[in-house]
Design a protein around this ligand. Structure first.
Ligand code: PLP
Length: 428
């Protein structure tokens, strides 16, 4: 081992030669990089853990599709008996195609169009999580045309600080999501005017990557007080949807995720005596740590002040570091011990924000080395773009030593499909 003089101590790297029984070097050689790899067993473990925690409750887990919407992942969720929380007609179609029954699908989001509402009613989804009075009226109108009854829950904005990154906080009064309890109270008081909407549920989702039980406890207690008030006023509820938001470990030795049992215990306490159905919408919790982004070192650039590790993955593949200043552990796919070096880890995209890590201590790298960016299973590929005309990465599902490609690497032709020269000019 060559320990160069600028490193004072040798360093034994944590490394990841295998994932779900699959040799990552062989996988990357075969399929190329950047490559998203997901462990089916890791996802199943999360599902089983949450199900065990929910034992004895009438609860449905509606996986938040936007976290990772690959159809193979959705199929896995469906096979495990999960439902889906969707935020668009596209996600509805993905969920249905993957075999998730409409009766286990809930529809959230502030901007549902009438077309999307109609499509969801036609499919027979379980419930709309309604975010505004205007939307409630839109659902009433569309359901009236269809002559059907839509089930609806009002999304409560409990004005709770989720103690998470501002861009993934959703439960403050200043956020665009949900309505105040005062407004929801009026909806219920006037609900007999709704002929095609059965308003009999509450929904709350206060944010994402939450690592502290207190915001959950506070939000659920506000929701529970409102549920009891509604019940006393003659408005019994069929369901309470507690949303998602459970955080995960992005940074080993630092992030302390909430235990599923402790989380469910908070729900049990807050909603004690509730005899309707409980809905949960975890996204990140089920998939984040089950995914890695495999990438190779293109080159090392010695700047005047900093040393840059240039990867073949970039912000278009994994946006979270640029968008949220998010930390992802980065480890070599190699068990051999190496001295440490400090790098700014960057991608090839022409943006200063295309930075995965700054001043990160890593095992010394050489061009061609394979690295795994960890915690990439959620809000990774589902946020990817082709910025800088970089085709979308491939995705692979691993399961006990085997792998299946679940998204081919995009070709140039696929990337530009749909674009055309301006020749067929028309007046609107
Ligand atoms: C994004 C979202 C979720 C999932 O959030 P996670 O933090 O990934 O668990 C659940 N419900 C709603 C309404 C959402 O918008």
């Amino acid at each position: 081992m060559n320990v160069s003089s600028r490193h004072d101590k040798p360093f034994v790297a944590t490394s990841q030669p295998e994932f779900d029984g699959v040799d990552l070097q062989a996988l990357a050689s075969r399929l190329g990089t950047p490559l998203y790899a997901y462990s089916a067993n890791a996802i199943r473990q999360r599902i089983d853990g949450l199900k065990t925690a929910l034992d004895g409750l009438d609860a449905t887990i509606c996986y938040a599709v936007k976290a990772n919407s690959n159809r193979a992942i959705l199929q896995l969720m469906g096979e495990a008996g999960l439902g889906a929380d969707i935020v668009s007609a596209g996600e509805l179609r993905r969920a249905l195609d993957a075999g998730i029954p409409a009766a286990r699908i809930v529809f959230s989001g502030v901007g549902k169009t009438e077309d999307e509402i109609d499509t969801a009613l036609a499919a027979g989804i379980a419930r709309f999580n309604v975010e505004s009075l205007d939307e409630l009226h839109a659902i009433e109108r569309v359901a009236a045309v269809r002559q059907v009854m839509a089930n609806a829950a009002v999304r409560i904005n409990p004005d709770v600080d989720a103690l998470t990154h501002a861009k993934i906080s959703t439960g403050r009064a200043e956020n665009k999501f949900g309505v105040s309890i005062a407004e929801a109270r009026r909806w219920f008081a006037e609900r007999s005017q709704l002929k095609h909407v059965r308003l009999d549920g509450l929904h709350v989702h206060i944010g994402s990557q939450i690592l502290d039980l207190d915001p959950f406890r506070l939000a659920l207690h506000r929701v529970a007080a409102f549920w009891r008030e509604l019940a006393a006023a003659g408005h019994p509820l069929a369901s309470i949807d507690v949303g998602g938001g459970l955080g995960v470990r992005y940074r080993a030795g630092q992030d302390q995720p909430i235990d599923a049992t402790d989380y469910v215990q908070v729900i049990r306490e807050a909603l004690a005596g509730f005899d309707g159905r409980l809905l949960l919408e975890p996204g990140r919790y089920l998939v984040a740590e089950a995914g890695i982004l495999l990438t190779r070192v293109l080159r090392i650039k010695e700047g005047t002040e900093r040393r840059f590790l240039v990867l073949d993955a970039a912000m278009n593949d994994l946006l979270r570091p640029s968008l949220y200043d998010a930390w992802h552990d980065i480890v070599p796919v190699s068990p051999e011990p190496r001295p440490t070096a400090t790098y700014d880890v960057v991608g090839p995209v022409c943006e200063t924000g295309d930075t995965f890590a700054r001043g990160r201590a890593l095992p010394e790298c050489a061009p061609g080395d394979l690295l795994a960016i960890q915690g990439a299973g959620a809000y990774g590929m589902s946020m990817a773009s082709t910025y800088n005309s970089r085709p979308l990465a491939a995705e692979v599902l691993l399961d006990g030593g085997r792998y299946a490609v679940v998204r081919r690497r995009q070709t140039f032709e696929e990337m530009v499909a749909g674009e055309q020269p301006a020749q067929d000019w028309q007046a609107p």
